[in-house]
Design a protein around this ligand. Sequence first.
Ligand code: NAP
Length: 283
Amino acid sequence: MESTDIAGQETPVLESHGARIPALGFGTWELQGETAERMTAEALEVGYRHIDTAQAYGNEDRVGRAIESSDVSRDNIFLTTKIWPDSYSDFETAVDERLELLRTDRVDLLLLHWPRFRDTTLTRTVEALNRARRQDKTRHIGVSNFNTDQLTRAWAASEAPLVTNQVEYHPFLAQGPVLDAVRDRGMCLTAYSPLAHGEVPGNRVLESIGSDHGVSAAAVAIRWLIQQDDVAALPRTSAPDHCRDNFSALEIELDEEEMDRIAELARPDGRVIDPPGLAPEWD
Ligand SMILES: NC(=O)c1ccc[n+]([C@@H]2O[C@H](COP(=O)([O-])OP(=O)(O)OC[C@H]3O[C@@H](n4cnc5c(N)ncnc54)[C@H](OP(=O)(O)O)[C@@H]3O)[C@@H](O)[C@H]2O)c1
């Protein structure tokens, strides 16, 4: 894993089929209006160089404004957005809308948000994703919430390599088969809901490890994720102090025994995001 010096911190960068993905990103789900704009600006100020949004979040306009007004050059920001399944059958229109809202000619990564194909098929949708890349509307392409069987099919249907599968991953949810599937293809796993949608802060094991390092339970969970090979993480917050707190994950290193203790927190019912009608049969 390489590193680039950002705001005085060594930020790990994942390499996946030519994509250089900062391992620590900033998630924007549920950040709306002025909060989305202010927190994206805050994250860039703190040193995050990877921003995650989506068509479904309804905040791309605000995220785009924050990026445009930032002192950080657009070239130094890894920007991801996702296309919602309802738009798979009119993919090109949806992509053009994303670029307009985000005030950019091209995103760095474009993802299929969920593996749900109603008026189209997986193959046709992966072809549309590749077309967006050929048209230079995105540098890289990938998927989100695909199980290993769907990933196998998407990989086979894709002309360009898929660089990531963005899935839920945190200390309470093991992701062994999904990790193996991405690593076998030289891809990375982008961990969403790295704080288990707010359940991580307050966990006694994580807090105790954090107090040994002078950081919070949230920072420990983020560190545990990005210290694993080929894993990026996208914490989200509406609070500037939490934004800095989460970035402090870059300041610590967990030893093998701590990494193992955290892995033992995984539970069969640890998944927090499982929307009916969208979620596949999970691995
Ligand atoms: N591809 C997908 O289908 C998908 C699905 C879910 C999420 N995502 C992506 O992953 C990102 C993160 O996931 P998420 O939004 O579910 O949530 P998350 O990052 O797991 O957790 C967010 C929650 O943790 C709290 N929090 C954050 N930092 C904290 C800290 N240092 N101390 C205490 N509390 C803290 C936040 O509250 P405060 O605001 O008060 O800090 C919020 O309630 C999303 O924003 C999105 O970009 C993608």
